[in-house]
Design a binder for this molecule. Structure first.
Ligand SMILES: C[S@@+](CC[C@H](N)C(=O)[O-])C[C@H]1O[C@@H](n2cnc3c(N)ncnc32)[C@H](O)[C@@H]1O
Length: 408
């Protein structure tokens, strides 16, 4: 049986590397080299695909991804289009006030809605089940590959098995077994899972490349250090390095297995980026250190309390004039937007909110949907601006850009 405890221990060489880390990191040149990242889906684009040679896994993945597309594109829209007629048949006004659990229970009375909801959850469960089984069955191979990469460059890896994990970070988000912190192969599993989740639109980090291209620069154009908070498996981190090849680029994440896999992936890409297992609310970086701080879909997975701490920490470690650009669907597109504006009103929206947070293991979306991020940012001294140019116009995962600038 695979022993999770031993795989969390930091290999001696990696532990030694932690101490030497600061001195190993080269001081970036001050001239900004800014190269737009190739967002094409061409396999030749040098990004790391999760593809494995395992026929069983590939077949299961192809089926599950195809099935997910079918549910998202053919079943769920039908369920939504029937909703009004269903409500009318029950004599319920579509904007009737209902709690989310109540609305969801009510909507399950429509067999097509119930079917669509069940299919979404089951597809997600089967995806994780397939991946967990694959990575644990082949644990020796994947672990030895990761151990080898721990000690390789060109970038660096810092693991911290003593990190005190806040309770909220232990949730199994997206119902991924073990979540981001509780399975030694959380990074592998997450990466393979995203093939399904992004419906094959991000197999070569196309979304992350677009996000890196969208990053706004500080007014003086100086970019020597970039940080990706909640970097996950480091896709935005390496895309930032592609865009700013002379900058020192860091990715931090609470999940040890996540940054460990990030480092493995960056090593395969020969990308000189630095990963550390640290908290976004306590990054350990010096004051006034970074020119750009970004994050992608981290904020909807943390609590409001943590968000406030993360915003204050980002302000502390950004240099005056530096910019903080967190991408997330919980960032309001308009100043006056409310939660209702972001997730819609009425019975169907309330039911959908429950389905997402409860059935898909996203416990913090409801509280984050009512968080006024621009206001919280201004409280700690940022000036905020929204840029309405959507990232990847017309594509899934399209968010407006919120730019918070530390007053120079
Ligand atoms: C949905 S994933 C997104 C990962 C990555 N940014 C991407 O583009 O796929 C959210 C990530 O935020 C990390 N995270 C959550 N809370 C955190 C915290 N307080 N500090 C650092 N990372 C955190 C999780 O471990 C997870 O890897």
């Amino acid at each position: 049986m695979f022993n999770r405890r031993t795989v969390f221990a930091v290999p001696a060489a990696a532990a030694a590397a932690v101490g030497a880390l600061t001195s190993k990191v080269t001081q970036a040149a001050t001239a900004v080299k800014d190269i737009k990242v190739d967002v094409s889906t061409d396999k030749e684009a040098k990004r790391h695909d999760i593809h494995t040679e395992d026929l069983d896994l590939n077949s299961a993945q192809a089926f599950l991804t195809g099935f997910r597309k079918y549910v998202a594109r053919n079943v769920s829209p039908v369920a939504r289009s029937r909703a009004e007629a269903y409500l009318a048949s029950k004599g319920v006004a579509k904007d009737k006030e209902m709690s989310s659990p109540e609305a969801y229970a009510f909507m399950l009375g429509d067999p097509v809605y119930a079917w669509a909801s069940r299919l979404s959850v089951t597809t997600q469960q089967l995806t994780w089940h397939t991946l967990v089984e694959h990575y644990h069955r082949n644990a020796d191979n994947y672990m030895s590959e990761m151990e080898k990469a721990d000690k390789s460059g060109p970038g660096t890896l810092e693991l911290n098995p003593d990190l005190r994990l806040p309770e909220y970070t232990k949730h199994e988000i997206h119902i991924q077994p073990g979540g981001y912190v509780g399975d030694a192969f959380a990074g592998h599993i997450y990466h393979s899972g995203t093939k399904n989740f992004y419906q094959e639109e991000n197999d070569h980090d196309e979304i992350h490349a677009s996000l890196a291209n969208e990053l706004r620069l500080p007014a003086d154009g100086k970019v020597t250090r970039v940080l990706d908070l909640g970097c996950g498996i480091g896709q935005l981190t390496t895309a930032c390095k592609d865009r700013f090849p002379q900058a020192e680029v860091w990715g931090i994440d609470v999940g040890g297995p996540m940054v460990r896999y990030s480092h493995l992936r960056a090593t395969k890409l020969n990308s000189e980026v630095h990963f550390a297992q640290r908290l976004a609310e306590d990054t350990k970086f010096p004051d006034n250190h970074f020119d750009i701080i970004t994050s992608y879909i981290m904020f909807h997975e943390v609590t409001q309390e943590a968000s406030r701490k993360i915003i204050a920490e980002a302000h502390r470690i950004l240099r005056p004039g530096g910019v903080f650009i967190p991408y997330d669907f919980v960032m309001p597109p308009k100043e006056q937007d409310t939660a209702a504006g972001r997730r819609g009103t009425g019975v169907v929206a309330a039911a959908g909110s429950y389905a997402g947070s409860r059935m898909n293991g996203e416990p913090f979306i409801p509280q984050q949907s009512v968080m006024n991020f621009p206001e919280e940012m201004r409280k700690v001294g940022f000036t905020t601006a929204r840029d309405f140019a959507p990232v990847r116009a017309g594509k899934p995962f399209t968010f407006p850009t919120l730019v918070a600038t530390k007053t120079a």
